[in-house]
Design a protein around this ligand. Structure first.
Ligand SMILES: [Zn+2]
Length: 452
């Protein structure tokens, strides 16, 4: 029984988006055999489990820049780590064991990729909520530790994060031994508490430091000060867990603003070029494939299951045009909003979207992007922002001549790059969308826009 479960047909944990069996599985099998040979025969069930997990960790191929470890070295050091741990356990007082613990803790702090091995934000929030008395805190921490020990996602993601670090950080022999000891603790059900306690203590220490930084920033409340914002953003980027934690807390403050936007009380109007690719993609890939009943629920959580929004925004690069515009529009609205609390929520929304970019959590931005897309798709905007041109719904967005005129008007304003982007989007996706539209989707689209 493996502590991690990756099926042959699952997506490969290395992030290649290929199936495990067609990606890293053969390398994992080879690594497991090689590490096993280097460790030697006659292993206990637990020993075999550690070797299997280590083989998995060594075999993942990742992408460019990864340095696969040497299997022989890994096997030899694993064996040495076991021997040292065994000797340490025989010594009274447990000081040598503490030494091993603190070596592992030191790695967690110092190796850049091991910054991912931390207590997840939800658990931090839970601990934060139970600090009334020492007794309460102690009980909460015990609960968190045992909860994490049974939490398959935590165990699995920790293994994958250790693997990532093994391929991207550099380790001396001594450091590798400390890493393998930590891994061994994670693998054993009885020893997992040891692993979690070390991770927890490192997380809590850094957390206090992080909160001091964030509180100092917030009490100065000078979000205009670019250097201070930059410094905070750099810190959050390097310490993703705190970034996530901070972001989760921040999101609560943005709820009134998001609601006002969704209800149309705040009208986020972006230039067409900032969402054009999304519009064409929407027509091509989503509208054409979805059952009607589904499309009618215009802004629907389910829609976020489709990767196309993320792919369009990030991989296909529309974010380059979208982000500066959404940031600009949000700060304009915040500056003009008369309702003080809504203005504040808009400020927080702006800040949260910036943090989201920094910590690589795209949910909020994708949601804003989708809302802005719908402004056009729903036909709410007939005069293109910043132009005198009238666009009467989707048909005009698919009209080559009109789109060309729009690009021309951008050029006249000195927006050369944006103009070219618009033309390129029409050539690639717009024309395809037009063909589909002409081929009979037209009627359906029209009805949906009216009903929307
Ligand atoms: Zn892979």
């Amino acid at each position: 029984m493996q502590i991690y479960q990756v099926e042959r047909n699952d997506f490969c944990p290395c992030g290649s988006e290929r199936k495990y069996k067609k990606c890293c599985l053969p390398a994992v099998e080879e690594a497991t055999r090689a590490v096993g040979r280097a460790v030697g025969p006659n292993l206990t069930a637990y020993g075999k489990e550690v070797v299997n997990t280590l083989g998995f960790i060594c075999g993942l191929k990742w992408d460019e820049g990864a340095r696969p470890p040497e299997f022989e070295r890994v096997g030899r050091l694993l064996k040495e780590a076991w021997e040292e741990e065994e000797e340490a356990m025989e010594e009274p007082g447990g000081e040598r064991l503490d030494g091993i613990s603190s070596r592992f803790a030191k790695l967690l702090r110092e190796k850049p990729c091991l910054r991912l091995v931390r207590i997840p934000p939800d658990f931090l929030l839970e601990i934060e909520a139970h600090q009334e008395t020492d007794e309460e805190l102690k009980q909460c921490i015990e609960g968190v530790v045992s909860g994490l020990a049974d939490d398959e996602d935590f165990v699995y993601s920790s293994i994958v994060d250790l693997a990532y670090s093994l391929h991207f950080d550099s380790f001396s022999d001594e450091e590798l031994k400390a890493l393998f000891t930590g891994l061994g603790w994670l693998v054993g059900k009885d020893t997992r508490y040891g692993f979690i306690e070390v991770v927890l203590s490192v997380t809590m220490e850094e957390f206090e430091e992080a909160m001091e930084k964030i509180e100092a920033f917030e009490s100065s409340a000078d979000e205009e000060d670019e250097a201070a914002v930059r410094e905070l953003m750099d810190f959050l980027q390097e310490n993703t867990v705190f970034g996530e934690y901070f972001y989760t807390k921040l999101l609560k403050d943005t709820v009134p603003a998001m609601r006002a936007i969704e209800e149309g009380k705040i009208n986020l109007v972006l230039p067409l070029y900032a969402v054009l690719r999304g519009i064409y993609k929407y027509i091509n890939e989503v509208l054409a494939n979805l059952p009607r009943a589904f499309i009618k629920k215009v802004i629907d959580e389910d829609l976020f299951r489709f990767d196309w929004i993320g792919a369009c925004l990030w991989e296909d690069g529309e974010a380059k045009y979208f982000l500066p515009e959404i940031f600009r529009v949000l700060s304009e609205h915040a500056g003009q909003e008369e309702d003080k609390s809504l203005a504040m929520a808009l400020e927080r929304l702006l800040f949260a979207s910036q943090v989201g970019v920094v910590i690589n959590n795209p949910d909020l931005i994708e949601r804003l992007y989708l809302l802005c897309l719908y402004k056009f798709i729903d036909g709410m905007l007939t005069t293109l922002p910043g132009t005198e041109m009238n666009f009467n719904g989707l048909e005009d967005l698919l009209d080559e001549e009109k789109v060309a005129r729009y690009a021309e008007s951008l050029k006249e304003k000195g927006l050369e790059k944006e103009a070219n982007y618009v033309l390129e989007q029409f050539r690639t996706l717009g024309r395809e969308a037009k063909d589909k539209y002409d081929a009979g989707i037209a009627g359906m689209v029209k009805r949906l826009c009216i009903q929307g």
